[in-house]
Design a protein around this ligand. Sequence first.
Ligand code: SF4
Ligand code: SF4
Length: 228
Amino acid sequence: MDNKVLGLIELLDKLPIPMYGISDISELPELKNKFTRAISLAQAYSYTLDDYSSTGFNDFLLGKVKGELEQSIEIIEQFLQKENIAYRTIGNVQKDPVLSIGEFSHKYAAVKSGLGWIGKNGLLITKKYGPRVRLSTILIDLELPYNNQDEYNGCKECNACVNICPTKCLKGTIWNSSLQREDIIDVFNCKDKNETRKEYMCGLCLVACPIGKASSSDNKMIFTKSRD
Ligand code: SF4
Ligand code: SF4
């Protein structure tokens, strides 16, 4: 294996990011001849309904969890610059706030890399941490080995997120890759996408998810390395 590939994988394995996945994006028309792989980074955390308050959840996610993820991204970027590898880090700011669309779908790359599936709440659900992961994506031009994950959906009969949603904007749809966002969620009725939101995050459909749920006493970052 190429030294740059080995070096990058070794670095990803060492960083305090509990899960990462690599997907092949070389066939995406808008990225053709620019980037070949997407590295999906999933910073896991524990947060339960017992801990919940909307502003508290906002501060937790945008403070501690975001900060931890950004530190790891900075280290990866330094490596990519040193090795002269072309890359683009995808931010979390929406490219089109009116349509609520980002510059590149973190969830698309994460599912493709095998990190999880899209739940009835429209979020990435991982087997180990459920939706309690903050995602980031780095597009790179380097032939890293990648996953080719079979489509899987673990939501089954559960409807916890659908039932708890205060605006009833979740449609209870079992996701598959042929569906559009609108089949899962009426995004313009979701409190989290409301343009007037300031230092407020609903997130009830996330904290209610039973998958990967940790005890309320375990409200801290989890640094178990995993690529399952
Ligand atoms: S963030 Fe809140 S309003 Fe939006 S889908 Fe989830 S529970 Fe419903
Ligand atoms: S709460 Fe249940 S239905 Fe909703 S995403 Fe989690 S597992 Fe799927």
